[in-house]
Design a binder for this molecule. Sequence first.
Ligand SMILES: C[S@@+](CC[C@H](N)C(=O)[O-])C[C@H]1O[C@@H](n2cnc3c(N)ncnc32)[C@H](O)[C@@H]1O
Length: 272
Amino acid sequence: MHTPVLLKSAIENLEVKKGGTYIDATYGEGGYTKEILNKGGRVLAIDLDPGQIESSKIKDDNLTMVIGNFANIEKIAKDNGFEEVDGIVFDLGLSMGQLDFGGRGLSYNKPDEEIDMRIGQSDEMKASELIFKLKEDELYEVLAKGSEEIKSKDIARSIKGGKKIKTVGDLIKAIDRAVGFKSRTVYARIFQALRIEVNHEFDNLRSGLEGAASLIKKDGKIVVVSFHSLEDRIVKSFGRKHGFKFKNEKKHDKGERRSFERSAKIRTLYYE
Ligand SMILES: C[S@@+](CC[C@H](N)C(=O)[O-])C[C@H]1O[C@@H](n2cnc3c(N)ncnc32)[C@H](O)[C@@H]1O
């Protein structure tokens, strides 16, 4: 869950109207949904992780919850009677609960967990299988693209050159060998890059935004909270392509999210 500062700005930008319809594309632990409901909005909440929806404590007549991928937002919305909406929010990344209790090797602080990293229930490859399958130069591409870490080449070599990587601890050791010292910043970047690849996060975001454009009313708002420049670039180019105006803010998420880049960007997209 976010610190109030981030939540407050994102919700303000959504300009929730009483009786309006909204999609929370990344339900998580429900912080955004709760605020929209409190302001009198009707909400369709989506999360790819079944655990997030199943453990939800929010019950409200104005809330519909769906386990699904926001890449399919248009279909999910229409299937649930949300044809045209006043606002859509994407709060990208992971929640604290997923990092700490997910048991899927998403956090570099959990050395004994297998690096699975799949957010949803899918037949996709686990991160450990992906690392095993990729050749060194392919792994380098994945790491460099998703992390912009300058040591990506050395890290790919170290990962492929040592014993088979199964757990978070194995991966950390391979990173340490390549970097020469322990760096939480590098761990966070490399974990992020693998997670992006395993879950096709960039493709999901592109499809999700396209779907959002087809659902949003002319005077509606799409709010995207992102934590790294790679995602923000996707949002920016999508917005330009569809003729949206932008309102941009940088906010510091001082509290709970452990990210190598703690400053969040809130981009609000709207038509003039
Ligand atoms: C940062 S958390 C959201 C936190 C939420 N705003 C709150 O207040 O608790 C991001 C959530 O997005 C979900 N998610 C990630 N990729 C997704 C996707 N493609 N479709 C739907 N949900 C996704 C994650 O499972 C996670 O619960």
